[in-house]
Structure formats: C-alpha cells, structure tokens
Design a protein around this ligand. Structure first.
Ligand SMILES: C=C1C[C@]23C[C@H]1CC[C@H]2[C@]1(C)CCC[C@@](C)(C(=O)O)[C@H]1[C@@H]3C(=O)O
Ligand SMILES: O=C(O)CCC(=O)C(=O)O
Ligand SMILES: [Fe+2]
Length: 263
C-alpha cells in the first residue's frame, strides 16, 4: 500500500476500520511498532469487503478486496466449526455457539510489523487478551507471536499451512470463565518485516453475552450480562485492551450500573 493510499484509508476517530500507523491517533505512549489495516466482515452483505476496498483504496484494489472477501468467508466458516467443538467440549448442543455468532459482524485485521534497529526496546503488539470471542491468526514465516504460559513467554513458531486459534475475552464470559483467554504479544526483529492476518469472531453488537445456564449453576456468575457493543466501545473509547481488559470492563460496567441505579 503506497503512502497516499495509507492516507486515503486512514482510520477515522472512533472507527475500527481503515489504516493505522502505531495507533498514534489513539495512544500517546507505548506505541505499537506496527501498521494495521482493519475492516468488518458480515456474511449478510456479500460484497461488504470488496466495497470497502474500492471505496477506501480505489478500483485498483477490487481484486484484493475479492481475495479478502473469500478469505473472510472461509475464516467465518472455520470459526463457526471451531465453536461447535467448543460447545461439545462443554456438554452443550453443538450448534449452541454457532447460532450465537452466525449473524455477527467479525473484524479482519492485517498486521505489518516493520523491522526495528532496537527490537528489545519496542513491541509489535503489547501483551493482551483479545476482547473478541475467537481469533484465527495466519502468520508468515518470520515469527514473533508469543504466548504467556506458567509465567514465561513462549514463541509460537510459524508452521506452513497452519493457523493459530486463540480464545478471547468474550468467550470467557460466554463460558462463565470455564475457558480462559490467551495472553499473547507480538515481538519484532532487526532484519525482516513480519505480517499476520487476524480474523476476530464477534457476535452481533446487540447480542447479550451471558453463559448457558448449565455453565452457571445456581446462578453463580463471574461476569455481568453485557453486549459486544458495550465491550467494543470500552476498548475503543475508555481502555486500551491488555491482559486485564475483562476485569476492568466488569468494574467499569458495574460502576455505570450503580450510578444509573442511584442517580
Ligand atoms: C476489538 C478489538 C480491539 C483490538 C482489535 C480487535 C481485537 C484485538 C484488539 C487489540 C489488537 C488488542 C491489543 C491492543 C490493540 C489496541 C492493538 O494493539 O491494536 C487492540 C485493537 C484495537 O483496540 O484496535
Ligand atoms: O501478529 C500477531 O502475531 C498477533 C496479533 C494480535 O495479537 C492481534 O492483532 O490481536
Ligand atoms: Fe491479539
């Protein structure tokens, strides 16, 4: 993407969609050493991705838009199939989460991590759990994704034709904490640019995120009901997603409800 196209596709304030360099329009410190290009995918609008590419980048990008449209269609199918396995693992009907997510608008993000002369001083993407439900990541062969397990960072080595799948915060709340979201980050290197494609499965914005009754015996709830729109807005306007997004969001939401209750 040329500089003029990056400027044309620049992410607008309070919008997730478009091109961003280090998120410098949103953050003033700990800027991520990366560029991103993000857009939404909704299977009910079959040319939404192609339309976005053409409108933000011009007619020359129609072929690329068609490729990403097809990619998103396949990622959505795969993500819904993975939710069936997760439902079965929890003793729920296999279509339980498929029905919850199938009419959602997912987020597609292209990450580019330029090489850095001082890689130990920066991070491509800082430590975080994805606020979304499920992430399917395709990374190139450069390497840089790391997960935090048992108090240590481990490299997730790239494997040709393999995808990385991780659970996000929304799925934690949907399972009342039975599943945990994966803490991860992306480091950079001195010599090569690294690229990754992240497909984030999300429910429709007005869907209420609440666990199946079977997962909250006796009404024992770890998280309040919320909509995906509530959590998305929290990450875009109030809090930079990190390893504590869900507890901080819960605190924020309950304080809002208290204020509303007693105002
Ligand atoms: C809902 C989202 C917010 C982020 C993009 C999607 C899912 C992942 C989130 C993010 C990548 C987590 C790390 C921090 C973040 C600010 C980033 O580095 O891009 C997050 C995204 C965002 O807020 O734009
Ligand atoms: O690029 C990667 O390997 C990870 C990116 C990521 O975690 C994200 O975009 O949420
Ligand atoms: Fe992530």
């Amino acid at each position: 993407m040329t500089l003029s196209n990056k400027l044309r596709a620049q992410r607008k304030p309070n919008s997730l969609w478009g091109h961003s360099i280090a998120h410098n329009a949103r953050f003033s410190s700990k800027l991520p050493w990366k560029e991103t290009f993000s857009f939404g995918y909704h299977e009910n609008s079959p040319d939404s991705v192609v339309g976005f590419f053409k409108s933000t980048l011009g007619m020359d990008f129609e072929p690329a838009g068609k490729v990403y449209q097809k990619y998103c269609e396949e990622m959505k199918k795969l993500a819904l199939s993975i939710t069936e396995l997760l439902a079965i693992s929890l003793g729920l009907d296999r279509s339980y989460y498929r029905e919850f997510f199938e009419d959602g608008c997912s987020i597609m993000r292209c990450n580019s991590y330029p090489p850095c002369q001082e890689p130990s001083l920066v991070l491509g993407t800082g430590p975080h759990c994805d606020p979304t439900a499920l992430t399917i990541l395709h990374q190139d062969q450069v390497g840089g994704l790391e997960v935090f397990v048992n108090d240590k960072w481990y490299k997730v080595r790239p494997r040709p034709h393999a995808l990385v799948v991780n659970i996000g915060d929304t799925f934690v709340a949907l399972t009342n904490g039975v599943y945990k979201s994966c803490l991860h980050r992306a480091v950079v290197n001195r010599h090569s640019e690294r690229r990754s494609l992240a497909f984030f499965l999300c429910p429709r914005e007005d869907k209420v995120v609440a666990p199946a009754p079977k997962l909250a015996p006796g009404g024992s709830r770890k998280y309040p009901d919320f909509t995906w729109s509530d959590l998305l807005r929290f990450t875009q306007r109030h809090y930079r997603a990190d390893q504590s997004t869900l507890p901080k969001f819960t605190e924020w939401l309950l304080s809002l409800q208290d204020r509303t209750l007693y105002s």
